[in-house]
Design a protein around this ligand. Sequence first.
Ligand code: GMT
Length: 376
Amino acid sequence: MNIGITCYPTYGGSGIVATELGLELANRGHNVHFITYSNPIRLDPGIPRIRYHEVEVSNYPLFQYPPYCLALASRMMEVAEDYQLDLLHVHYAIPHSISAMLARQMIAPKRRLPFITTLHGTDITLVGADPSYFPITKFSIEQSDGVTSISEDLKRQTVEVFGVTSEIRVINNFINCDLYRPDDQKAGAAAYAPGGEKLLIHVSNFRPVKRTLDCVRILAEVRKHTPAHLLMVGDGPDRAPAEHLARELKIERHVSFLGKQNHVERLIPLAHVLLMPSEMESFGLVALEAMACGVVPVATRVGGVPEVITDGESGYMETVGDIAAQARRAVALLTDDTLHGRLATAGRAQARDRFGTESIIPQYERYYEETLAGRR
Ligand code: GMT
């Protein structure tokens, strides 16, 4: 198949899922065309059957807001014509599905160009539910030739919030367990914790929904019981406040802020525990990445997280904002190797058996075929 993929190419779960989906599809013989405003991170040049088409947005003085959505629609149509795309697959509803809808309309006199929208979370729970975007988000979902959701919980919310009646197919996020692997020696941890302390890790875009500051508070609690060092991976509005809090709590020596990183699969395996104290997660991709690496997630019981982590078996889930409870779980995991080993092994097995690329990618392929056949 010839598939056009559009996503936010910068740091964020939806862009990562879209990029890794494209790579897996190309591996399976499809031609994949990324149509985005910059080269998606994690997409190295020169990969067979993958092409990148940049969307350029001209900025005339008249435009206070350059119309990216229209430039994207034009580019989608051009690429669809030049490379005989069978379908467009957009990740994150706003504004990608509206652009895809316009491209479909522009090409309609010549042929059919269906598009599939994959909902990721904040496009529904935060942005889409904002009154200024609500009607257009609902419309874009209804207009899509196919809609997928990354978890049952997000599907339920979409139906509840937008009153969508057409089918939404749940296709979970996936993980390549050959790439995300445990590192039992954890030799690289010494670069961050020369005293031999075990590592906690947090990976996010440091937005308020991630409750990044909770990680610093959890570390402060943990350190009252056992030595530990925290790796903070990513960047965003809450980075400076988190750095400030670490200084205030006098634990700044025990936290490393690493900024945005392209190869988290090299960093996550160095840790023992992943902290994901989010206010909301429709899936929690980083918890799955951690499980695949034998790193045990201590997370919050929100959104689709219970579909990923089995509490007490492959990780722990606590109430949002309950620092003491999350710290207790982390201390238990850092001080009891048998407990850690049991959860780490179960987590890796769950990641492979339930979310491995081998079982999830064919679900997308089948959905593409159904959509092309017009069965939705
Ligand atoms: O919150 C983020 O990290 C950004 C956002 C995105 O779309 O890039 O993430 C959402 O999509 C991820 C990939 O499907 C999910 O793993 C995240 O749970 C989801 N974030 C939220 O629901 C807050």
